[in-house]
Write a new protein. Structure first.
Length: 50
């Protein structure tokens, strides 16, 4: 379920948001070409810091 939420908020652009992702509309942007890989790597780094 977490993957669905990430896909909806970070990966998939929405017509109601002028074809931006929800995270872009909120001011957060994942700039790398492979967004999934970047998200996974960032989560791994955050998990190591916990």
């Amino acid at each position: 379920m977490k993957g669905v939420r990430i896909n909806h908020s970070v990966i998939k652009p929405h017509g109601g948001l002028d074809w931006r992702t929800a995270s872009e509309a909120a001011g957060t942007k994942v700039e790398d070409r492979n967004k999934w890989l970047t998200i996974i790597q960032n989560e791994g780094q955050a998990g190591a810091e916990r």
